[in-house]
Design a protein. Sequence first.
Length: 454
Amino acid sequence: MTSNPIAETVRSLMPRAKAELTELVAFESVADEAVAPRSECEGAANWVADALRAEGFQDVALLDTPDGSQSVYGVLPGPVDAPTVLLYAHYDVQPKLDESAWLSPPFELTERNGRWYGRGSADCKGGVVMHLLALRALKANGGVPVTVKVIVEGSEEQGSGGLERYAEQHPELLTSDAIVIGDAGNFRVGLPTVTATLRGMTMIRVGVETLEGNLHSGQFGGAAPDALAALIRILDSLRGPDGSTVIDGLPADSAWEGLQYPEEDFRRDAKVLPGVGLPGSGTVADRIWARPAVTVVGIDCHPVAGATPSIPSSARAQISLRVPPGQDSVEATKLLFAHIEKHTPWGARVTLEQVGQGQPFQADTSSPAYASMAEAMRIAYPGEEMQAAGMGGSIPLCNTLATLYPDTEILLIGLSEPEAQIHAPNESVSPEELERLSVAEAHFLVNYARSKQV
């Protein structure tokens, strides 16, 4: 990294960053009380609020949002007539999943092979620390040249829309000239990347009932309608023979123009087992950035442990549908519901419940803010040019912000590069990426302030 005062300051602050991320990762802040106590989220929220106050932020508040979660907000006033930049991250995390698959405790930041492991280390508690590092580096080198607003969400991973609805009810709260969403990631370690598109999502639960109660499979099997078999038929109808997502009426043939994702790189990043093929058609980039994708994320029925030879009378599944830019999540949900009802076999009783939704997002990468970020990335990543890529995941707040503030420039950066394995066991963050992106964000704020003075 090219030597400069901001970079040197960030480097000197990295031990403190590791200590703070250790404290923040220790909170099991899953925004689902069926998984973790609410006190864990409250502890993480208070940690963030205290950190903002320590940096001189004003109006620091824990906002009670409509879904029951708390978002942390604060304002750091800048020079008179300076632009305002909103910095976003979230402190809630995915569940630890199979704890036995973790090589170290999921809520204990552990250094191994040059990376820091722990749930939320990259997604997105590392983003909170990234924002703090950038601001501290600026304060140590002449001051922060813009007014900074920070919003740290408490239920992003649930997709329940608490902060989106709060922002809609209080549109003045997050007004800004530019927004930096710190919840994306580089295309690969060492390649500076902004995320140009996000798929939206809809999350639904499908319940199937066929019998008044479970029946002996020997006495009734073969004629009695099996609820799990009916559910399997429904789920199978959502995929074509090649594994492509197939939902009646929903286009699934768009192509991605831009940075491509070589199949061999994807197989390595996704840890696909040898000999296992990739489902779908088109390029990898088409499939993960430009087309809808359905995933069954959970099934409730008889567990294998303790299973008895009986026919299930009911079964339930949770389905995630990712919706690419150019499609509407509300319309996609209607089509998904209609598809399931059409493809339910044997007249089984089916119930459908929507549990989360977010619209897709497409950034204007030709805006002045992107020019400021590209210049900042050149400083933080010498010899590399900033790339623009898609991201298959969803950040529901992005589209809400774009709708509320159509003239605001929105940039997406972050620590969730492929090696981070976010949402999976052994999530980790690269400290080098944390350092470089903090330097980039600090220089972006300088560049952006300068661009607004011209």
